[in-house]
Design a protein around this ligand. Structure first.
Ligand code: NAD
Length: 445
């Protein structure tokens, strides 16, 4: 069919997490008919009832609008999902396996369930972040299932890694910098071109390449971003030792367009569901191929160390034992505007505090529920930023939520037992806070 006829397409999305749900909702928004499949029956039931499984700005309205329009549906029925569309997009999780390599069991299971049921041409799109060579594995899994059924059917496997950021996922998907498509199959390439045509109205954003390069592109992008963070964290540590201010240094280097201001903030280390696991997985891939990634080894080591910074600074102020102390923590999520707690640096901070005998009273605008699943009642979950401070000896800040940016410092000072703030996100002006009578430690200044 001509491109114009194909603008409206049907597609199945396998896996309805951060990536699958956002992708499904955004593709429905531009007029496609989308069926989202998940093995998690309670998630599917919630979504059908209009209950969002995750916090992501703009997502709820988008899902509900497209659900009402009948363009977005949710199912646990694999038969229905496979039969539904030519395009089968795999967006299941690829969590770290035992040795840090990406665990592909969900991806392969998704491929097998397609191979077991398909009755006509399918384009399997790998949207999950998967190591180089995974498209081949997906293809082999489907070939095996088809051979087992004694049938021969055409199919193509395409790599289409996702670059959305949690906290701005809908915006990123709707206005992508680039759409990477790795395909060795011209017919499949045309389908993806048509699928993404509505997202590149101002100019071409499709970056076409071979499958393996596309798979590597995703890891290279995340590894580069993680490198920037670890680099800035190490510069911040050096700035502290030299009595320089990393914030001034940041502005000085960011002005160079080759460096740029974005993603240049020191902090408490990177976390989340992508950078830590993807850096580790890329290192395992390199090892398996006898290639040394010295820079990434250092990036990871620097990050592991950085996650302990807040507690180290606190101990410098209060002494090694925190027994009998209560410490307030603002921010649990690994970054603002998300409730994702996977590998959040706050978890390392909390462990460090609890190990030293402290009690922790934490506040986060959205991540408390997700945190409770990981931490249970080991910490107290406060209902507001101020409530977290009651009876606390110090305030630690782990996430740069907007609502922490201009707090009522008088109220903070009145509520804390001592005016001690250790800020892992450099939210405040050190001179101003000292003027207000705070002991204020930040990162690299
Ligand atoms: P997630 O854990 O939020 O969601 C995965 C979903 O897949 C879950 O709902 C799970 O129940 C479902 N699932 C697992 N096996 C299934 C099967 N066989 N059939 C149907 N559903 C199944 O994961 P996520 O954060 O959305 O990440 C998905 C992938 O996208 C990962 O590879 C990740 O690295 C990558 N990615 C994530 C982000 C991000 O910001 N979260 C960004 C870019 C890429």
């Amino acid at each position: 069919p001509a491109l114009a006829e194909r603008k409206r397409m049907k597609l199945t999305i396998v896996g309805t997490g951060y990536v699958g749900l956002v992708t499904g909702a955004c593709l429905a928004e531009v007029g496609n008919e989308v069926l989202c499949l998940d093995v998690d029956a309670s998630k599917v039931a919630d979504l059908r009832a209009g209950i969002m499984p995750i916090h992501e700005p703009g997502l709820e309205a988008l899902v509900s609008r497209n659900q009402q329009a009948g363009r977005l549906r949710f199912t646990t029925d694999v038969d229905e999902a496979v039969a539904y569309a030519t395009l089968q997009m795999i967006a299941v999780g690829t969590p770290p396996g035992e040795n840090g390599a990406a665990d592909l069991q969900h991806v392969v299971a998704a491929a097998r369930q397609i191979g077991r049921r398909m009755a006509d041409y399918k384009i399997i799109v790998d949207k999950s972040t998967v190591p180089v060579g995974t498209a081949d594995k997906v293809g082999e899994a489907i070939a095996e299932e088809l051979a087992g059924r004694g049938v021969q059917l055409p199919y193509a496997v395409v790599s289409n890694p996702e670059f959305l950021k949690e906290g701005a996922a809908v915006e990123d998907f709707m206005r992508p910098d680039r759409i990477v498509v790795g395909s060795d199959d011209e017919r499949a390439t045309q389908w993806l071109r048509a699928l993404y045509q509505p997202f590149q109205r101002s100019h071409e954003r499709l970056v076409l390449m071979d499958v393996r390069s596309a798979e590597l592109t995703k890891y290279a992008a995340n590894a580069m971003l993680a490198t920037r963070i670890s680099f800035m964290n190490e510069m911040a540590n050096l700035a502290e030792a030299l009595q320089a201010d990393i914030e001034q240094v940041r502005r000085g280097i960011g002005a160079d367009p080759r460096i740029g201001y974005q993603f240049l903030y020191p902090g408490v280390g990177y976390g989340g569901s992508c950078f830590p696991k993807d850096v580790r997985a890329l290192r395992r891939t390199a090892e398996a191929h006898g290639v040394q990634l010295r820079v990434l080894e250092a990036v990871e080591a620097a990050n592991d160390a950085q996650k302990h910074k807040l507690v180290i600074k606190l101990v410098q102020r209060l002494g090694a034992s925190l027994r009998g102390r209560c410490i307030a923590l603002w921010g649990l999520a690994f970054k603002p505007d998300t409730d994702d707690m996977r590998e959040a640096p706050s978890l390392t901070v909390i462990d460090g505090l609890l190990d030293r005998g402290a009690r922790v009273s934490a506040y986060d605008p959205t991540a408390s529920k997700a945190a409770r699943k990981l931490l249970g009642e080991r910490i107290h979950y406060a209902a507001s930023p101020m409530a977290a401070l009651e009876g606390a000896d110090a305030l630690l800040i782990a996430t740069e939520w907007k609502e922490f940016r201009s707090p009522d410092f008088d109220a903070i000072k009145r509520t804390l037992k001592r005016p001690l703030i250790i800020d892992g996100r450099n939210l405040y002006d050190p001179a101003y806070l000292r003027e207000l009578g705070f002991v204020y430690d930040a990162i690299g200044r």
